[in-house]
Design a protein around this ligand. Structure first.
Ligand SMILES: C[S@@+](CC[C@H](N)C(=O)[O-])C[C@H]1O[C@@H](n2cnc3c(N)ncnc32)[C@H](O)[C@@H]1O
Length: 248
C-alpha cells in the first residue's frame, strides 16, 4: 500500500507528523523487517504506516502494544478500526494490555525461552510509549533480549520532558513529582546512559527528535548461569525434619 493511501486515512490522528511517518514508511521499505514490535500505538497512526509499508513489501508482521484504555477513546477510531479501514488487519496485531508493555514483553520472553535462553525474533522495535525512565529503561532491556543481532531500535521523542509535554504536565500523576524528574529529558537519559553504554549496541544515531540504534550483528545470546533450584530441597528437608522431630 502506498504511503498516501494510508496517510489519507490516518493523517488526521494526533502524534507523529507526516514527515516522520514518511521517514518511518521509507525506512521499513528499505530495511524490510520481518518481525516488528511497536510499544505505544494510541490510535494506531504509526502502526498503520508501518503496516502499509509491510503490505507494500508483501511480507512482514507488526505486533503493537498499548494499554486497554486506548480501545475506547471518545470520538476517535481505535487501532482496530483504522487497520480495518485500510484492510491491514492481517499485517498488524494490536495487543491491549491491562498492565503495561513491559508485562507483555515478559510474556514474549517466556514464549521465546528455550533451555534457559531467550531466542530473539524481532528485527525492529519502535518505542513510542511512556517516555519515562522507569518503564522505558525496563522496556529497552526486555526488548533487547527479543531483538535479533543486527536489528534496530527506534526511540521517539528524544527531547521529551514532562514539563514540555502538555498532557503529562497536566496529569494528576505528575503533580507531586520533584522538579528534576519533571524537567529531565528522560528519553535522552535512557539513550545516553543505557542504550549508548550497552555492550550489545553497535551504533546510535540521533536525528530530528528520533534515535535509531542498531544491535551488533555479532551480538551473541550468551548462556546464562547454571541455576540450582534449592528451594524444593530445603522445603523437603524442613518438612521431613518437622515430621521426624515430632515422632521423636
Ligand atoms: C505518543 S503515544 C503513541 C503514538 C503512536 N506511536 C503514533 O505515533 O501513532 C504513546 C502511547 O504509549 C502508551 N503507553 C504509555 N506507557 C505505556 C505502558 N507502560 N504500557 C503500554 N502502553 C503505554 C500510551 O497509552 C499512549 O497511547
Amino acid at each position: 500500500m502506498k504511503f498516501k493511501q494510508a496517510y489519507d486515512v490516518v493523517g488526521h490522528l494526533p502524534c507523529t507528523e507526516e514527515s516522520q511517518c514518511r521517514v518511518l514508511y521509507d525506512w521499513v521499505l528499505e530495511a524490510r523487517p520481518a518481525e516488528s514490535l511497536e510499544l505505544g500505538f494510541l490510535h494506531g497512526k504509526t502502526s498503520c504506516i508501518i503496516a502499509a509499508a509491510l503490505h507494500e513489501l508483501g511480507a512482514g508482521h507488526l505486533t503493537s502494544i498499548d494499554m486497554e484504555g486506548v480501545r475506547n477513546m471518545p470520538n476517535v477510531p481505535n487501532i482496530l478500526q483504522n487497520l480495518e479501514q485500510l484492510g491491514l488487519q492481517d499485517v498488524a496485531t494490536p495487543v491491549f494490555s491491562r498492565i503495561s508493555y513491559t508485562w507483555e514483553l515478559k510474556k514474549l520472553i517466556e514464549k521465546q525461552t528455550k533451555e534457559n535462553r531467550c531466542q530473539p525474533f524481532l528485527d525492529f522495535v519502535f518505542l513510542d510509549g511512556a517516555h519515562l525512565w522507569e518503564p522505558d529503561v525496563c522496556a529497552f532491556f526486555l526488548a533487547l533480549k527479543l531483538l535479533k543481532p543486527g536489528g534496530w531500535f527506534l526511540f521517539d521523542d528524544y527531547m521529551f520532558s514532562i514539563e514540555k509535554s502538555d498532557w503529562w504536565s497536566r496529569s494528576p500523576d505528575m503533580k507531586d513529582k520533584p522538579d528534576d524528574y519533571r524537567k529531565e529529558s528522560q528519553v535522552e537519559r535512557l539513550v545516553t546512559l543505557i542504550v549508548s553504554q550497552h555492550p550489545d549496541m553497535e551504533s546510535v544515531v540521533i536525528r530530528d527528535n528520533w534515535v535509531w540504534a542498531r544491535k551488533k550483528p555479532d551480538a551473541q545470546v550468551q548462556p546464562g548461569p547454571t541455576v540450582t533450584q534449592l528451594t524444593k530441597t530445603i522445603a523437603k528437608r524442613w518438612l521431613l525434619e518437622r515430621l521426624f522431630s515430632g515422632k521423636r
